[in-house]
Design a protein around this ligand. Structure first.
Ligand SMILES: Cc1ncc(COP(=O)(O)O)c(C=O)c1O
Length: 442
């Protein structure tokens, strides 16, 4: 816990606004299944418990923050008022979830009443020997909540994030959990902070569930204690001034993932080594790394996005993405783009603007094929997909000392990515009805 003395003016304002709200509230009664398996003689859990939404408690912040103007939002800089926290120990399993203030100041007056201060609450205390610090026992997820025109707040396919989070947890020997139970708790968090879901088009509330090993030990072993927490942050559109295609650096001197490694999981350890590679690409005038694998320079991912190429062969337009071979993160956006394109091909739902004759392939593709199709005028476009941007068009690839030019459309997007993007964003913002939307608040 840190103690911070704030200027007098700030002290008075925040205090009066929030005094009454510092009270934990159990919301357990709302959930009927209070199925806590306890040993009545010992008072200890007989079987380690799973996450129980029925045990969720809510402690509201005493000093609500001021939501910054949407125009000034910088990705990930502003955290909303509350966070979700669930501790786990090997002996007891998942403890009661709690929603608490997140990085907020609490007024504190000392016994003699003439010295007062603000205390920073809603932080995380760790042992200096916590395994997350030394051995990167950490994984995370990234998803978004959107506000629809009628005020409804939804999340986009969060079940997939819960599934991926559990897969990542298994890979790190961190505890797994019932995905729906965590989702119930996240729903409560977003419902409480719903004013943090921006109203402006293209804006959303970014949600970051994180799981870390917290036990203090310098031995490398499976964690015996862990902490799952969820923070949220309002974000603006990825492209505030329209689509801007990005140049990629075909990267072979660094790798993001290798066979048998951890590229298919969303582990914190996958991201730190990419920073130097990104810096190097940026120094050479490129926005992102195009991660190339092996002597054949197979295309894998773009920065922190999945990758799609579109190549025409006679009358057939082929949408290609590398297969989930253990090196590729199974992106929610990737899966959604594939599903929409396959529905178009099969006729389940035709999308206006997509080519009539299309083929959807999850298959390896290397730089040789990109260069060849580019030379023959058959390379139609290349784009990245991810939660943050939905779609990012690419206009060139720096490779072997030269640049491979990629066609882009008038407004920056290509003929295949544009209709797919339009449909996806239409669903996420509630303009198009879809069971991919999970309602958080109405
Ligand atoms: C390495 C990597 N690949 C792909 C993606 C895209 O995944 P999603 O569509 O689930 O956001 C991400 C984004 O989180 C990522 O970090």
């Amino acid at each position: 816990m840190s103690f911070v003395r704030l200027p007098f003016r700030f002290t008075r304002l925040t205090r009066s606004a929030t005094r009454s709200s510092w009270r934990p509230t159990a919301i357990g009664s709302r959930y009927m299944s209070q199925n806590i398996n306890r040993d009545s003689t010992m008072g200890k859990a007989a079987v380690p418990l799973d996450i129980e939404p029925s045990r969720l408690t809510v402690t509201k912040t005493m000093s609500p923050k001021v939501l910054p103007p949407s125009k000034s939002l910088i990705f990930g800089k502003t955290l909303s008022d509350h966070m979700l926290r669930i501790r786990w120990t090997e002996a007891t399993g998942w403890e009661a979830p709690s929603i608490e203030p997140c990085e907020s100041y609490r007024f504190r007056r000392n016994f003699y009443r003439y010295v007062s201060s603000y205390v920073l609450v809603g932080t995380i205390n760790l042992s200096p020997s916590a395994t997350v610090i030394h051995y990167a026992q950490s994984l995370f997820e990234g998803m978004k909540a959107y506000r629809h025109e009628d005020g409804t707040v939804t999340m986009f396919r969060p079940d997939m994030n819960m599934k991926r989070m559990n897969t990542s947890a298994q890979r790190l020997a961190l505890p797994t959990f019932e995905g729906n139970a965590l989702l119930e708790c996240i729903k409560e968090l977003i419902s409480l902070d719903r004013q943090w879901v921006p109203k402006e088009p293209g804006h959303s509330l970014y949600i970051r569930p994180t799981l870390i090993g917290t036990n203090g030990t310098l031995g490398v072993a499976p964690p015996t204690e862990a902490l799952l927490f969820v923070i949220t942050s309002p974000v603006g559109p990825y492209y505030p001034r329209g689509f801007k295609p990005v140049p990629l650096h075909g990267t072979t001197e660094y790798i993001r993932a290798a066979p048998g490694g951890t590229g298919a999981y969303k582990l914190a350890a996958n991201y730190a080594p990419g920073v130097v590679a990104q810096k190097s690409a940026s120094k050479q005038g490129y926005a992102q790394n195009l991660w190339l694998h092996g002597p054949e320079h197979w295309l894998t991912e773009v920065g922190t996005m999945n990758l799609f190429a579109v190549i025409k062969d006679k009358d057939v337009t082929e949408l290609i993405t590398p297969p989930l071979d253990g090196m590729i993160l199974p992106g929610v956006t990737r899966d959604s783009v594939l599903a929409l394109a396959r529905n178009h091909v099969s006729g389940v739902k035709r999308l206006e603007g997509l080519p009539d004759v299309m083929k959807v392939s999850e298959r390896p593709i290397n730089m040789g094929e990109i260069i060849q199709s580019s030379k023959e005028g058959r390379l139609i476009e290349l784009f990245g997909t991810g939660t943050a941007c939905v779609v990012t068009p690419v206009d060139r690839i720096g490779y072997n000392g030269g640049d491979v030019m990629i066609p882009t459309g008038k407004d920056g997007m290509g003929p295949v990515s544009k209709p797919l993007w339009t449909e996806l964003v239409g669903i996420q913002t509630g303009v198009i009805k879809s069971d991919w939307n999970y309602v958080v608040a109405q």
